[in-house]
Design a binder for this molecule. Structure first.
Ligand code: GAR
Length: 200
């Protein structure tokens, strides 16, 4: 079984989907902990309910981004995880962390990348007038939401959608896509060649 650790900043519904898929033995992994930058994250309650250790690296308590990153790197090393899953982790990771865990970090993004990277992806989609959007699970590289794509799922954008109705529709797909991508990783079924990820 692989060891996975999750980074989350907020509600943690994607974290929960991964916890549930592991509990249902759909993913051959143990989740060794949650690392969060937000002491108020609801994800903490979910980790506690699942009996998982939580490490809070409170961004607000550090004097610089570099000091924060150093503490985060320490916490991540302590996890001794095979895979780090970014499930609504809302900060950009510095090059040191990205380099150290290269090929072993996965992020879920609420748009069909490379469209609508960055914050407020669902709002960007509504405002751009696209008729389909969705979610993307990708490996993390130095860019913002630019790494090799593992899984995508799409949803329609309906005429009366706003940011919130579209986000709800995409979230349903996220909760399928993220556990599936984690499962593929844990089964050693991902083969990365340059920017392309083949599923075996
Ligand atoms: C999800 O929609 C995720 O895709 C998004 O934040 C939400 C977290 O929800 N992530 C990003 O926008 C990353 N830039 P959750 O905490 O309930 O999983």
């Amino acid at each position: 079984k692989k060891r996975i650790a999750v980074l989350a900043s907020g509600r943690g519904s994607n974290f929960q989907a991964v916890i549930d898929a592991i509990a249902a033995a759909e993913i051959p992994a143990v989740c060794v902990g949650l690392v969060t930058d937000n002491p108020g994250a609801y994800a903490i309650k979910r980790a506690e309910a699942a009996g998982m250790p939580v490490t809070v690296i409170d961004y607000a308590r550090f004097s610089s981004k570099a000091a924060y990153e150093e503490a985060l790197l320490d916490a991540m090393r302590s996890c001794r995880a095979d895979l780090f899953v970014l499930a609504g982790y809302m900060r950009i990771l510095g090059p040191g962390i990205v380099h150290e865990f290269s090929g072993r970090m996965m992020n879920i993004h609420p748009a069909l990348l490379p469209s609508f990277a960055g914050l407020h992806a669902q709002r960007q989609a509504v405002e751009s007038g696209v008729k389909v959007s969705g979610c993307t699970v990708h490996l993390v590289d130095e860019g913002m939401d630019t790494g090799p794509i593992v899984v995508q799922r799409c949803v329609p954008v309906l005429p009366d959608d706003d940011e919130s109705t579209l986000a709800d529709r995409i979230l349903v797909e996220e909760h399928e896509a993220l556990p599936f991508a984690v499962k593929l990783f844990c089964e050693d079924r991902l083969e990365v060649t340059g920017r392309r990820v083949r599923i075996r």
